[in-house]
Write a protein that binds this ligand. Structure first.
Ligand SMILES: C=C(OP(=O)(O)O)C(=O)O
Ligand SMILES: [Mg+2]
Length: 590
């Protein structure tokens, strides 16, 4: 294995070395990945099954066509019934759209034309799994060629086909597994669609092989308050049902933990949580500089956690999270409802809504990229996608303006993936045309940070997205777990870019917040404040530790830590230099 060059980021993933003090069960039982959502979760492993293999072409059945046909049709009926049941589960979780999509899928599975196609293939001697696969193929081609809207339904069809083929081949079912007890969800990676139906009370932790600290899995886990470890090689090799103890702060997974170890870990987590509730009220440094602490949310269902953790408003409403599990564009009334519900939850507060960030790590079936993209993160996403579909942008802005009418919360709207002043001006004009007075932009492309002075006159505020800013500054795809050490916002280059954006905003008398995951690291939060950012937004469970740590440090301490971090030559050295100047909260392990 090559010598690691980057001392920053999580401990190298893998099994702890023999001298690592692995505790009961031996060294081999402690696995290490990157801890991305703190907390303790213990339970049996349930593995999210990977891709379903294509049944081999030319596979023939044994000669009893009638029995083979009955088997194939029974599999389709079982899939339809299962989809309906999942639809009811989704409805019980308040996800009516999910229920609609699943209901439509159940209808497709029962389509008489599809059954006829399967029967005809079986009649020709084709084995049931292959017959189902080929019969779906005919529909697939029809849909794919029937315009953009229908093409988006191909993935729904593929899902039904895969479920039926899986049953017929006797393989584990794709998608989030069912379980009659809370479990640890283990996966190669979690796609947005996989997570749409997760019931947070059933999943006690996430463990994935892929994904970096800013991947979708990490963000989702933090928002849900579920402990998570990503970038853990071989995680999906953990046998189904194995009991594990996940420490989402330390990034470890203990296999077959002793009961006392689970109890001790839970006790420590509870003590830590109790200590954190001692600092309350609006965010501020020890010497009274206000630093509004806002929440990152993905929809109305995250509001409760935001309020419970004392969010002063919303700093990033990721609107694309509302629509990840559907293949049709949301209608105006539906959007307005989802926005108004959040605005009403923060009377007099600030609510920053981001327009759809479709593409790359957040694909939306109803806004597919116009062509094949070898590098989706560098492709059509965010505002670029909105420029390709101006009617979608206009519809969203109009729904936002209507939602804000008559509510006391202050609506601000920002665009993702903005590169230059012309794009910022385009977006601000679209907002103002819709009656939105406070347009802003995310600064998450290095070009936008480098030329922040050109962008700032066009808008009312900046919100710095350190997840993408780090990805692009360090040329390290945030989806790739193996690059976790380079996806570290402590990289001095990233801190320099943040400082440039913050300075440009301050000189223009405007605010600049950070809404990337960097804001959730208490020490880095102090550094960001010292660098000049004026508010911090993060997933709700991260608010108490950041509030507590900020309250222990003066603005001067933050500035000194920031200067020391920026003077360092690596992410690890920057972290160390800053921490040496920040007493933090050692009693909390910070
Ligand atoms: C907040 C950000 O946006 P997202 O993670 O949704 O891309 C970011 O890039 O830092
Ligand atoms: Mg981003």
């Amino acid at each position: 294995m090559p010598e690691p060059l980057h001392d920053a980021g999580p401990a190298p993933a893998g099994t702890e070395p023999p001298d690592g003090g692995a505790g009961p069960g031996g060294a081999d039982d402690l696995l290490r990945g990157a801890g991305v959502s703190p907390g303790i979760g213990a339970g049996p492993v349930r593995v999210l099954a990977g891709a379903v293999p294509e049944p081999p072409p030319g596979a023939r059945h044994g000669g009893d066509a009638a029995a083979e046909k009955a088997t194939a049709l029974a599999a389709l009926e079982a899939v339809a019934a299962e989809l309906e049941a999942r639809g009811e589960q989704a409805a019980a979780l308040g996800n009516k759209d999910g229920q609609e999509v699943l209901g439509a899928q159940a209808l497709m599975a029962r389509d008489p034309g599809l059954a006829d196609g399967v029967a005809a293939k079986v009649g020709e001697g084709t084995a049931a799994p292959r017959a189902v696969f080929e019969a779906f193929g005919v529909y697939r081609e029809m849909l794919a060629g029937a315009g953009e809207y229908m093409a988006a339904r191909v993935s729904d069809l593929d899902d039904i086909r895969d479920r039926a083929v899986t049953r017929l081949l006797g393989l584990p079912m794709p998608g989030v597994p069912d379980s009659d007890e809370p479990f640890v969800l283990v996966a190669r990676d979690l796609a947005p669609a996989d997570t749409a139906l997760i019931d947070p009370s059933q999943v006690v932790a996430f463990v994935t092989e892929g994904g970096g600290p800013t991947s979708h899995t990490a963000i989702l886990a933090r928002t849900m308050g579920v402990p998570a470890v990503v970038a853990l090689p071989g995680a999906t090799g953990l046998p189904e049902g194995t009991r594990v103890l996940v420490d989402g702060g330390a990034g470890t997974v203990r296999v077959d933990p002793a009961d006392e170890e689970v109890a001790a870990a839970r006790g420590a987590a509870a003590a830590r949580a109790a200590l954190l509730t001692e600092t309350t009220g609006p965010g501020a440094t020890a010497d009274g500089h206000p630093v509004p602490l806002l929440a990152n949310i993905g929809g109305p269902r995250d509001v409760e956690a935001a309020l419970m953790n004392g969010a002063e408003g919303v700093g990033l409403y990721r609107t694309e999270f509302l629509f990840l599990d559907r293949s049709t564009p949301p209608d105006d009334a539906e959007q307005e409802r989802a926005y108004r519900e959040v605005l009403e939850a923060f009377p007099e507060g600030r609510v920053v809504v981001r327009t759809l960030d479709a593409g790359a790590d957040k694909p939306l079936a109803f806004l597919p990229p116009p062509g094949e993209e070898p590098n989706p993160a560098l492709g059509e996403r965010g505002l670029r996608m909105a420029r390709l579909h101006p009617e979608v942008l206009r519809g969203q802005l109009a729904a936002l303006a209507r939602a804000a009418a008559g509510v006391s919360a202050k609506l601000e709207v920002m665009a993702p993936m903005v590169t230059d002043a012309a794009e910022a001006a385009f977006f601000a004009a679209a907002c103002r045309d819709a009656g939105i007075e406070r347009p802003g932009v995310m600064v998450e492309v290095p070009a936008a940070a480098l030329r922040a002075r050109d962008l700032v006159p066009e808008v009312e505020f900046f919100s710095i997205g350190t997840n993408d800013l780090t990805q692009y500054a360090c040329a390290a795809d945030r989806q790739i777990g193996g690059l976790a050490a380079l996806q570290d916002p402590w990289q001095p280059a990233v801190l320099d870019l943040v400082a440039m954006a913050a300075a440009a905003a301050a000189d223009a008398g405007k605010g600049s917040g950070v809404c990337g995951e960097a804001a959730a690291d208490p020490a880095l939060a102090c550094v960001l404040v010292g660098v000049g950012v004026t508010s911090l937004s993060m997933s709700a469970p991260s608010l108490p530790p950041v509030r507590a740590v900020l309250a222990r440090h003066t603005m001067d301490q933050c500035r000194e830590a920031a200067a020391a971090a920026r003077a360092a030559r690596s992410a690890g050295a920057a972290r160390e230099a800053a921490r040496a100047l920040l007493p933090l909260l050692p009693e909390l392990g910070l």
